[in-house]
Each structure stands twice: as structure tokens, then as C-alpha cells.
Design a protein around this ligand. Structure first.
Ligand code: SGN
Ligand code: CA
Length: 525
């Protein structure tokens, strides 16, 4: 055992001391942070979030120890931007990383840097996706770019190397290895475990390929959405029907390229694309699973609705297989923390860089300020803290101040997020109440690439979402989420909403001013 245990009570005592201006770790074991973030993991596919499609017993284990946030959102629903918001505690315009074409300015303040300066050991492992190399970490071992599922290339403290195996397993191995061999037991640590999974193109681990083969999944009610009243939704290119490629996405890549996808000429890379990084044993196992499916698919010669529904089922099966592996690997981390006496002084976080569409609106991908992609799963387990759920409005810019406060480090003035530590400790109800009424700001920028989701910004109150699309599509959208949680009815043009719209626009302007988003000077209505 590397660390003496601290009890939950003493940790809470330490937190109380910190709230009174004393360092939290005054005479106590300081708090470690293990932050596990997946890429594109939808809350719809987590059992503690109510999924009936699959089981995630290990992610649920985190929830059983802590707080599951039921109103958790991102600030800009895309990988790089989300990661930048999380690290800086600032909205995209303030941290500079507005879309995935940017490179993160690593000279700026981030919370790992602040933790490090306060004596923490910091490590970043897995998907980084911020182009410039990580700064502020004692150790980093990151996937290149989006990362590959099989035999991926990593950059370890500046040195590039390819590793054999499956990304989710390797990322976990590296994290556990770091804990085992590089962690300084004299210091608290903050360890980031960032999985590539379950990002497109949803390639399962070989050991999970046969799971769910006989399962069929219920189509979401709004799978055949016609996007009426929502012009940006009409323009997107992320539909399972029109944009999800049979060959590229769904792996119907036969040796003779007789199956043709419809997008980007991707069928030309078909058969080789999936197998290109695999060794022959991996290829053989892969083919053993997909070959019969490809043959059946060819024979069935599907079209129209039958084809779309087949695509949905195939997408779900692969996605859920990938999640199964994520969950197993979360279990490995928890087992390690338990076996090494780290559970009682480690804050464990499980989240995703954004939400994801599992066929809602007929889509995959994310980006929109509509619920499934604006929301993201978030579970935080503080030892000795509250167990249950929290409905406070939380956004990924709030993580940095929360972790800093939990570590007893002063939160700098320029951080735009708000700490929700009181939600974890159960203390200071007054503060928690304010957060639950809070309005959130959203701004998405990446257009037209890759899925043609128009730029938009907006405000989310506990009940309403008001969005302003701009650029090619210029349109306001308003949703009453109590009546329309699926964002199907844009009521912006309903004359009865006039005074509500006026009020919401005022609140939106207030947020834009508070966060100083330059767009407020360019678009005034
Ligand atoms: C890739 C994907 C897109 C996805 C973006 C952003 N295409 O470009 O479908 O929207 O990443 O995702 S792929 O063919 O390369 O898989 S993000 O989560 O990294 O922001
Ligand atoms: Ca993502």
C-alpha cells in the first residue's frame, strides 16, 4: 500500500478547513484526482443514466460512490474545443480553441499547471487532440491526432512510438503503469485517462466482437425526423440514412469492393482501411466476425427503410461493443485504486468530451446545441462525500474550478466556470442552489466541415433553450424543454412566446457580456 488511508470524515474536515481559507491538505492526506474521459460517449448508453440498451456496471460503480450529474453540459460540442474548455475553465473564444482546426496555445493557464505548481504530480494519457504538445504535465503519453483503435501510435513525452493492441486497453495499461512505477507517493496526483473510444468508426476490441450480435435496438421516436422549422438541422450531414457510410462506417468492406458506400469515395479504402494497422492475427479475427455479416448483407440487397434500419442496428452493435470495453477498463482502474489503498483519497471522475446521437433525429455525431449532444455524462465521486444525483446546471468550464477548490488551490479570477464542489460534499446548500438556477452559454463554430452544422450560440436555462444559428443559415430557435425535450418544435415564431423571447435574449446578452464573447458585437439580433 502506497498511501496511508484517510477517512471520508477527515477528508470532509479538510475540505471544510479549505473553505475557511486554510489549505485543504493541512495535516491531512491531500486529494488525488483520476479523471476518465471518453470521446463521444452518450449518456443514453450508460446504465446509471437509465440505459436499457446496455449495462455499464463499472461506470455505475463510480456513480454508486458519488454524484451523478443529471444536468451536465458542454460549452462547445466537439472534441478539441471541449478539452480546451475543460483544461482552462474558459469558453472557446477565451481559450482560443474554437474548432478542431485550431492548435491549443499551451502557454496559457490550465488547471493541471495550477495543480502542479501547488505540488501535484500530473499525467495525461490517451487522446489529447489539441495539436500542440501538452504542457503542464510531468508525464504525457498521448495518441496522435484522433488516435487509432488498433496498434495506435502514441507520443510519450515527445517521443513517437507505436504500441501493439487495442487503444482502450493500452490507454488503461499506461495509466496503471504510471500509477505503479512513476507516481511519487509523497505527492498528490492528477491523472487524466482519455480514451479514444467510442469515437467513429466504432471499432470493437476483438474479444468483444461477438457481443450483441443477436440484439436489436429500438429506433428513437424521432428517428425519421423531417426537421421542419429547423433550417440548420435540414442542412446537416450527419444522418444515418444519408451520411453514415456502409463501407467506411459500418465495415461492409469486402475483398473485391463490390459493396459501394456513398460518401467521399470511401469504398476505395474499404477493405484495407480497417485492416491497415492490424497484424495478421488481428486481421483474421476481424474477418472471421465481419465476413459472414458482409455476405449476408450482400445477399439481403436492402434498400430504402430496411437499409436505414439495418444501418442503425449495425451502428448500435458496434458502438455498444466499444462501450463494453470502455466499461471493463474503467473497472480495471477502480480495482487498482481499491487494491492500492487509493480509493479513500481520490476524486474519481467519469465523463465524455460531449454527448452523441444514438439515432435521435436520425443522426450520429454531435455539435448541435440540441440535448443529446449538448449534454454529456458526468459522475464525480469524492471520498466521504455525497452519494446520489445532482441536478445543478454544470458545464465543462466548471470542472477546473471544482478540482482546484477540491485540491485547496486558489481559483484564479479569470476562470469563467464555477466550482460545484459543494454538490460533492453536500455542504453549502446556498451556493448549490444558485448553480441549479444558473443559465448556461453555448457557442459552436466548426462549419462547414465535417458535418455541415451551422455555427450557433445560445442560452440554456433549466427550462428553455434559445439558439441563434448564423452564417449560411440565419435563424433563431426556441425550445420549451419541459414540453419538448427532443427539440422537435421550434416555437420561436409563436407570437405567444414574445415576452419570453425578450427575457431570454436579455439573459443571453448578459452571458455574452459576462464571458466577453466578441460575437455579441457582430450579431445583435
Ligand atoms: C472526425 C470524424 C467526424 C467527427 C470529427 C470530430 N470523421 O473527423 O465524424 O465529427 O472527427 O470528432 S472520421 O471519418 O475521421 O471518423 S471529435 O469528437 O474528435 O471532435
Ligand atoms: Ca468527441
Amino acid at each position: 500500500m502506497k498511501n496511508a488511508l484517510i477517512t471520508g470524515t477527515s477528508l470532509l474536515g479538510a475540505l471544510a478547513a479549505q473553505a475557511q481559507g486554510q489549505p485543504m491538505n493541512n495535516g491531512e492526506k491531500p486529494l488525488n484526482i483520476v479523471y476518465i474521459m471518453c470521446d463521444d460517449h452518450s449518456y443514453q448508453t450508460i446504465s446509471c443514466y437509465g440505459s436499457t440498451m446496455n449495462h455499464t456496471p463499472n461506470i455505475d460503480r463510480v456513480a454508486q460512490r458519488g454524484v451523478r450529474f443529471t444536468n451536465s453540459f458542454v460549452a462547445n460540442s466537439l472534441s478539441g474545443p471541449s478539452r480546451a474548455c475543460m483544461l482552462t475553465g474558459k469558453h472557446s473564444h477565451a481559450n482560443g480553441f474554437t474548432d478542431n482546426t485550431k492548435s491549443f496555445d499551451g502557454s496559457q493557464q490550465t488547471f493541471p499547471k495550477l495543480l502542479r505548481a501547488a505540488g501535484y504530480q500530473t499525467a495525461m494519457i490517451g487522446k489529447w487532440h489539441l495539436v500542440s504538445l501538452p504542457t503542464g504535465f510531468d508525464y504525457y503519453d498521448i495518441l496522435t491526432g484522433q488516435g487509432d483503435y488498433y496498434n495506435p501510435t502514441f507520443i510519450r513525452n515527445g517521443e513517437e512510438l507505436q504500441r501493439h493492441g487495442y487503444a482502450t486497453n493500452i490507454t488503461t495499461d499506461l495509466a496503471l503503469n504510471w500509477l505503479d512505477t512513476q507516481r511519487d507517493p509523497q505527492k498528490p496526483f492528477c491523472l487524466f485517462i482519455h480514451h479514444k473510444a467510442p469515437h467513429r468508426t466504432w471499432m470493437p476490441d476483438l474479444q468483444d466482437l461477438e457481443l450483441f450480435s443477436d440484439s436489436t435496438y429500438k429506433l428513437p421516436d424521432n428517428f425519421f425526423d423531417d426537421y421542419s422549422g429547423r433550417r440548420a438541422a435540414q442542412e446537416q450531414r450527419m444522418s444515418i440514412d444519408k451520411d453514415m457510410d456502409i463501407v467506411y462506417d459500418l465495415k461492409m468492406a469486402d475483398r473485391d469492393s463490390t459493396i459501394h458506400g456513398h460518401d467521399k469515395g470511401l469504398e476505395s479504402v474499404g477493405y484495407y482501411y480497417y485492416r491497415r494497422r492490424m497484424d495478421s492475427a488481428q486481421q483474421a479475427a476481424w474477418d472471421k466476425h465481419y465476413d459472414p455479416i458482409i455476405e449476408n448483407f450482400k445477399k439481403a440487397n436492402l434498400s430504402g427503410k430496411a437499409l436505414v434500419e439495418w444501418k442503425f442496428q449495425q451502428y448500435m452493435r458496434d458502438y455498444l461493443r466499444v462501450i463494453h470495453s470502455v466499461d471493463r477498463n474503467v473497472g480495471r482502474v477502480l480495482d487498482y485504486l481499491e487494491a492500492n489503498g487509493l480509493m479513500d483519497n481520490t476524486l474519481i471522475v467519469y465523463t465524455s468530451d460531449q454527448g452523441f446521437y444514438m439515432g435521435e433525429h436520425g443522426w450520429f455525431d454531435k455539435r448541435f446545441m440540441y440535448e443529446e449532444s449538448f449534454r454529456t455524462p458526468l459522475i464525480m465521486a469524492l471520498p466521504g462525500g455525497k452519494v446520489g444525483t445532482s441536478d445543478v446546471m454544470i458545464q465543462n468550464i466548471d470542472y477546473a474550478p471544482t478540482f482546484l477548490e477540491a485540491a485547496g488551490v486558489k481559483v484564479p479570477q479569470d476562470i469563467q466556470g464555477e466550482s460545484v464542489l459543494s454538490e460533492l460534499t453536500g455542504a453549502d446548500k446556498g451556493k448549490a442552489k444558485r448553480s441549479s438556477k444558473r443559465n448556461l452559454y453555448y457557442h459552436y463554430y466548426e462549419y462547414p466541415d465535417e458535418h455541415r452544422v451551422n455555427r450557433h450560440f445560445g442560452i440554456r436555462t433549466p427550462r428553455y433553450s434559445l439558439m441563434r444559428f448564423y452564417g449560411d443559415v440565419n435563424q433563431w430557435e426556441l425550445y420549451d424543454l419541459k414540453r419538448d425535450p427532443e427539440n422537435m418544435h421550434n416555437i420561436y415564431d409563436d407570437p405567444k412566446q414574445k415576452s419570453l423571447i425578450k427575457k431570454l435574449k436579455k439573459e443571453l446578452s448578459k452571458l455574452q457580456e459576462q464571458y466577453d464573447d466578441p460575437i455579441r458585437k457582430q450579431i445583435t439580433d
